[in-house]
Design a binder for this molecule. Structure first.
Ligand code: FES
Length: 72
């Protein structure tokens, strides 16, 4: 499940996969797209124009220098 939310005025994306919960700033490292429009594939998120993120690390799987900003 992918849900948009806000924390301290910052748009975030909350993702639930089974028992695991992940929260990131809602801004793709590629062109800043809305991550809530992406799709889940196991414990990864595919943004609408193709970058795939490992939810456990926040890193883009094909662009290892790119990383989502985790929200705690
Ligand atoms: S903006 Fe997310 S993959 Fe391009």
């Amino acid at each position: 499940m992918i849900k948009a939310a806000e924390k301290n005025g910052v748009p975030i994306v909350n993702i639930t996969v089974g028992e695991r919960k992940y929260s990131f700033v809602n801004k793709c490292s590629h062109f800043g797209c809305d991550l809530t429009k992406g799709s889940l594939h196991g414990h990864s998120l595919i943004c609408i124009c193709g970058w795939q993120y490992d939810l456990n690390t926040g890193r883009a799987m094909n662009h290892p220098m790119a990383e989502l900003e985790r929200v705690t």
